[in-house]
Every structure is written in structure tokens, then in C-alpha cells.
Design a protein around this ligand. Sequence first.
Ligand code: C2E
Ligand code: CA
Ligand code: CA
Ligand code: CA
Length: 279
Amino acid sequence: AKLGGRNAVCFFDPSMLADVRARADVEAGLWIALEQRQFVLHYQPQVAADGAVLGVEALVRWHHPVRGLVPPGEFIPLAEECGLILPLGRWVLEAACAQLAAWADDPWRSRLVIAVNVSARQFLHEDFVAGVVAALERSGADPGRLDLELTESSLVTDVDKVSEKMEALKALGVGFSLDDFGTGYSSLAYLKRLPLDQLKIDRSFVRDILVDPNDAAIARMIIVLADNLGLRVIAEGVECEEQRDFLARNGCSSYQGYLFSAPQPIDALEAFLDARRSR
Ligand code: C2E
Ligand code: CA
Ligand code: CA
Ligand code: CA
């Protein structure tokens, strides 16, 4: 707001209107995108210490007719705010399950797990379990091949309700990973009360693991914690061999990152998998 003159009281900044308009435009664009099937999944391999591919994480992109491929950081937060995350999250689950079903007849690809990111708002919605079950049933996908990546913000609300939902899906064989572990709430109490399978070391800790003793200590702490709780642990954002070796020396069992592969469209991913299979 400007001071003085006739504009002494100016509550309104025109650039704010531009912001609101831009957001409304993106929001409208997102709903159209869903209707016109402009979203696509890319897949990033998750590998064991020996390089064997264990599965892939599905990462959504918006194939915008003008802007090209838009990364999820530019629309997921808005989709969460405006509620679009519910139908979008549902679409992601359906597409991932359809991919699992398409791999089911292949002796090698059928052993892969697909990990799907689930927003807190999506997980906390009362229809979440029914939606996952419907996606599994409609596709015929093996629930044991589906892994759901939850964040701490999904888990810190009503622990009884949360574990009830997780148990219902676990009973079918669905796995659960805790994504971005260590970046959010600090309470660890829920860790032992929830039926998790895996902790994910966030890439913000992996990035400087070789140079920042604090990051190295946190990564080691997560690995020890997972071990003591009987959970698997996967490090994301692994970009070089030295990071992988440091993590391996400290007991990390699986890895994801550009060192192995960036997220890729399905055709490129399948070529990548085939090249690995013959080794
Ligand atoms: P995330 O779940 O932590 O996913 C990992 C992100 O790290 C991905 O970014 C991936 O492309 C990127 N990444 C992987 N390897 C490396 C590496 O070696 N170095 C670096 N610097 N980055 C690496 P992406 O695909 O842009 O996704 C960003 C975030 O968007 C995800 O973070 C996740 O929170 C969200 N997201 C993506 N797809 C979905 C979805 O289907 N549903 C929901 N709710 N969120 C999603
Ligand atoms: Ca994730
Ligand atoms: Ca499983
Ligand atoms: Ca992360």
C-alpha cells in the first residue's frame, strides 16, 4: 500500500488480482486436463544394492498442450488446495494399477512393485480405502505389487483411524512407505503404532550426505531406526556412486535417483527394464 496523497489508504494491490487470476486459470486448466486426459505417469526405478530393479515410483506430469510437460511441484499443491487431488489421485491409482495388470503376464515385470504417492488430503478422505480397492479390482492388479507412499502429514491426525485404514489395505497385501521422512513432524511415536513397511530417506538429506555431517548423521539415524523397527529403508535422490556407497556402508538396502535413472515415460522405462533383465 502506498502512503500519502489521495491513495493514502490502498488495500488493493493490482498485482494481487493478477495472482488470483493466474491461479484461477491454472485451477480451471487442471480440471480440463483431467477431463481431457492430459496427465501422464513417469516411472523411476527403485533398485537394490546390487542394482537389481525392485520396482518403480509413479510420478505424475501434466502434458500441457502449450506449456509442454509440467512437473508436479507446479500443480500438486494447487490440486490439493482446490480438491482436484481427489479425482487426480484416483486417476493416478487407476493408471498405476492398470500398468501392474499390463505387466502381470510377464515373468519378470510381474515381480515389480509400483509405488504411488498419496496426498494427506486424499488419504484422509473417507472414501480412500474404497477407492484403492476399486482401482485394484477394476484392473485385476495384484495388491501385493502396490506400494503407497504416505507423508507424515497423513499420519499425525487420528492414529487409530489412520492405522485402521492402513490395516484394511495391508490385509490385501498393499505396502506402505513413509515418504520425506524426517522433513516434517518430529514425533516418532506413531512409527511403532502404524503398520509401515519402509522409511524413505528424503533427498534433502542425501544431497549433501558426503559433505554435511548433520545430513550424514540424520541419514544414519534413519537407517538404524528403520532397522530397529523392522522396516526397510530406501534413499531417494541418489546421484553419484559415492552417495550410494556411503549409504550402503551404513546399511541402506535400496536406492532411487538419477545415478540409476531419472523418471521416464513408460516406453523408455520398459526399454530400461529389458536392458537390465538380460544382464
Ligand atoms: P517425491 O515423492 O519426494 O518424489 C521424488 C522427486 O525427486 C521426484 O520429483 C523425482 O523426479 C525427483 N528425483 C528423483 N531422483 C532424483 C535425483 O537423483 N536428484 C534430484 N535432484 N531429484 C530426483 P517430481 O517428479 O518432480 O515430483 C515432485 C513431488 O511431486 C514428489 O516428491 C511428490 O511429492 C509429488 N508427486 C509426484 N507425483 C505425485 C502423485 O501422483 N500424487 C501426489 N499426491 N504427489 C505426487
Ligand atoms: Ca514419493
Ligand atoms: Ca508388497
Ligand atoms: Ca522426497
